[in-house]
Structures are given as structure tokens and as C-alpha cells.
Design a binder for this molecule. Structure first.
Ligand code: CA
Length: 230
């Protein structure tokens, strides 16, 4: 169970989300505008936020920027209009963890939220921390956008490669199961189809090639999954 803040000015949508998330076992608090959201955030502790960007009084982007100043790790999923590509990019740049475009499927929202909360509960891992000063082996993975760097060099990654690398880095030294990877892939924005059974091997192979020349190694743990060794 998580304590969630739903910030949405559309009453029907707010009540619907609130009922659905409560039914899924979460404790839900709601706010109908940006000012009310900031008041709630200052008064209570939350595990995650669903934040509409188009809000009266204080807009969602301002709410996000303000909350990020004091709560850098609070998981936030933003809701944007169908044609709001600029909003979405601004939201991700302002620190949103994920987004959904309206109208969205309620089951998808729940799946995305659960994936976001699961990721947030993992121990934060910074692959650079063990390797200061920076060397060519220093790996940095952008937590919000499909980008990563090995030393100063940008690694060209697809959305799936990035999601896989991010998961491996967060669990470096631990086994990540096939199911974990596929679950994260299916929760990524824009993913709609299933994942072929041999797809994971293909992506691991590609990532290994992209990490070649570093000391990072993706080890196959037979029957269990994969582990990033540093
Ligand atoms: Ca709205």
C-alpha cells in the first residue's frame, strides 16, 4: 500500500482515479488545484503523486518544480493533453518520472504507477560513486530519458536498451530476472506489444557491445537472469 496524492481539477476523473487506486489498496488523498496540492505536499508524506499539468491557481509544472526542490526522489507521474508534447518534455525535464497522455486506460495508469513505485523503492545506485575521479569506465544513466554516458562519451540507446541498462545499474551486483526486465519494458511509455521470448538476449547482446571497452560486464546467470558486474 502506498499513500498517493492525486492532483486533478476534473472532478469526474479525480473521483474515478481516487476510487480505482483505493480499490487497488492504496491510501489516496486528492487536490483539485495546484495551490491545494502544494499545501497537501507540505503537510503530509506521500509515496507517489499523479499530477495533471493543466491546473487552476498554480499550474502542474510549477507544482512539480516546487516539490522537486524539497522532494527530489518523490515519484511523480504527470498527466498531459494528447497534443501536449512540449508539456511532456517540460515535465520530464522538470523531474517527472513518467507520464500518461489523456485519455488514458485506467489499467495502464495502475501498471505505470506500480512500476514507478517499485523503481522508487529500489536502493538508489550511482555507478559513478565507486569510481571517483571519473574514468572512461564511469557510467551515468539518465533516470528520465533514454540517455547514458560512459565517461564523456554518450551511448546511443533505444528506449528498451535504456530501460534494461537502468534496471541493471540500479541492481548492480544483484541478479535481475527476465520477468523483471520484461515488466519494466512493458511499463515504458509507448510500449504496446508483447515481448518476444528471445528479445532479451538480443538486447543484452547489444548492450554488451555498447559497454565494450569498459570494465562493466553483463553476466548471464543461468536459469535466473542477468547481473551487472562493475
Ligand atoms: Ca486539467
Amino acid at each position: 500500500m502506498a499513500h498517493l496524492l492525486i492532483v486533478e481539477d476534473d472532478e469526474l476523473l479525480r473521483d474515478g482515479l481516487s476510487a480505482q487506486l483505493a480499490q487497488a489498496g492504496h491510501r489516496v488523498t486528492t487536490a483539485e488545484d495546484g495551490a491545494a496540492a502544494l499545501t497537501r505536499l507540505g503537510a503530509e508524506a506521500f509515496d507517489g503523486v499523479v499530477l495533471d499539468l493543466g491546473l487552476p491557481k498554480v499550474d502542474g509544472l510549477s507544482v512539480l518544480r516546487q516539490l522537486r526542490q524539497t522532494m527530489p526522489a518523490l515519484p511523480v507521474l504527470i498527466l498531459t493533453a494528447r497534443d501536449g508534447i512540449e508539456d511532456r518534455v517540460a515535465g520530464l525535464n522538470a523531474g517527472a518520472d513518467d507520464y500518461l497522455t489523456k485519455p488514458f486506460n485506467r489499467d495502464e495508469l495502475l501498471a505505470r504507477l506500480q512500476s514507478m513505485l517499485r523503481r522508487a523503492s529500489l536502493p538508489a545506485f550511482d555507478a559513478t560513486s565507486a569510481q571517483t575521479p571519473a574514468t572512461a569506465n564511469t557510467l551515468r544513466v539518465d533516470p528520465n530519458l533514454p540517455r547514458a554516458w560512459l565517461g564523456e562519451d554518450a551511448i546511443d540507446l533505444t528506449q528498451r536498451e535504456w530501460a534494461l541498462l537502468d534496471l541493471l545499474v540500479r541492481h548492480a551486483g544483484q541478479v535481475v530476472s527476465r520477468e523483471d526486465v520484461i515488466g519494466v519494458w512493458q511499463a515504458e511509455p509507448g510500449e504496446t506489444g508483447g515481448v518476444a521470448s528471445n528479445a532479451l538476449e538480443v538486447y543484452v547482446h547489444r548492450l554488451r557491445r555498447k559497454l565494450a571497452g569498459s570494465t562493466l560486464n553483463i553476466r548471464n546467470i543461468r536459469g535466473l537472469g542477468y547481473m551487472l558486474e562493475i
